[in-house]
Design a protein around this ligand. Structure first.
Ligand code: ACO
Length: 322
């Protein structure tokens, strides 16, 4: 049958780095508190006028270069973001236009921190249907724009960035061949008030700020993550032992470590970038995977497990042979 094969990956971080030390000069916090609770040491913050679409575009160009593809090869763009340039049009169509692509389709997906895996599953289904041939799947965020910089409980946690993956529909009958093997998506809107933005076009008419009950999120995260990964293992016959890399959503070091431990995934298989990037929401997985691809850890033919959990709540897993 048709399988979606990852041909390339790319990412982009805004130039400006904000360290914990800098934050501790602005609000009542310390490097020690942030590192101990979250593992975060620094985050990147977009410059004034640097929009989500700008970050996405650079990441997309780098992914195309990595794949050896031209923009004209792409007929589908699925972009995950909770911080679009505008309410509409979709940030994906801005990226499409900037790349000079005039065919196919481009749209945004909104599943907050789980957005990249939701976008990946969406693109995968559309490629498998035969409707499209080559997709750009992007996660791009400027959470710095929706943070309450006076709220020490949230503003220390997030950063800006973007990552992109090029997928191609390939006739693939070898079960051990490259490609996306399974995706599992979940949501439960009963938890929608635990992590949300207190504004929006239909409610307040303002953009609003991120609000979070951190402890409540933490309490649910590990169970949801491990459940949806158990589904991925059950669907494929793979296991904590057979996977080569675990590339989780980078929200919090403690959540990542606890999830890996509960699943029995060896610490040396876990890709962690939360220390340097903070939580970049939908961008965090492709950012982390790109780091591990470029530094030579991730190799062609290896099994890579992705996982995310975020506002909604939404949670999701994906297993692919790179
Ligand atoms: N610096 C210093 N002290 C702080 C800070 C800070 N930045 N933030 C909160 N505190 C204080 C609180 O005011 C509180 O003080 P008090 O006891 O005097 O009232 C104390 O630290 C403990 O606060 P808690 O919120 O209970 O701290 P907790 O141990 O739960 O850690 C944290 C907070 C890091 C947010 C944790 O709950 C967490 O990691 N939750 C998961 C959040 C997360 O990862 N969200 C994103 C996942 S989903 C997504 O990616 C969108």
């Amino acid at each position: 049958g048709i399988r979606s094969v990852a041909r390339g990956i790319g990412s982009y971080l805004p130039e400006r780095v904000v360290t914990n030390a800098e934050l501790s000069q602005r609000i009542d916090t310390t490097d020690e508190w942030i590192v101990q609770r979250t593992g975060i040491r620094q985050r990147h913050v977009a410059a004034e006028g640097e929009l989500t679409s700008h970050l996405a575009l650079v990441a997309a160009r780098r992914a195309l270069t990595d794949a050896g593809f031209a923009p004209g090869d792409i007929d589908l763009i699925v972009l995950a973001t909770a911080t679009p340039d505008q309410t509409f049009p979709a940030t994906a169509v801005t990226v499409q236009a900037e790349l000079g692509i005039t065919r196919g389709a481009a749209f945004d997906v909104q599943a907050v921190c789980s957005g990249f895996v939701f976008a990946l599953a969406t693109a995968d289904a559309l490629l498998k249907s035969g409707a499209f041939e080559r997709a750009l799947v992007i996660g791009a965020e400027t959470f710095s724009r929706i943070l309450d910089w006076e709220d020490r409980g949230t503003c220390v946690l997030f950063g800006d960035g973007a990552g992109a993956m090029v997928l191609e529909a390939v006739q693939q009958d070898d079960a051990r061949g490259a490609g996306l093997l399974t995706t599992h998506l979940r949501s439960d809107g009963r938890h929608r008030n635990k992590l949300y933005v207190d504004g929006g076009p239909s409610s307040t008419g303002t953009v609003g700020h991120l609000r979070m009950e951190g402890r409540e999120v933490f309490k649910h995260a590990v169970g949801m993550i491990t459940d949806v990964i158990t589904d991925a293992f059950a669907a494929t016959g793979e296991s904590a032992d057979s996977i080569d890399w675990f590339v989780p959503h980078q929200a919090n070091r403690r959540i990542i470590d606890a999830s890996a431990q509960k699943l029995g995934i060896a610490p040396e298989k876990v890709v962690t970038t939360v220390d340097l990037h903070g939580n970049t929401s939908a961008a965090s997985i492709p950012l982390a995977l790109d780091v591990a691809w470029r530094d030579g850890r991730v190799q062609r033919g290896q099994l890579v497990l992705l996982e995310a959990m975020g506002g909604g709540f939404t949670w999701a897993s994906a297993l692919l042979r790179w």
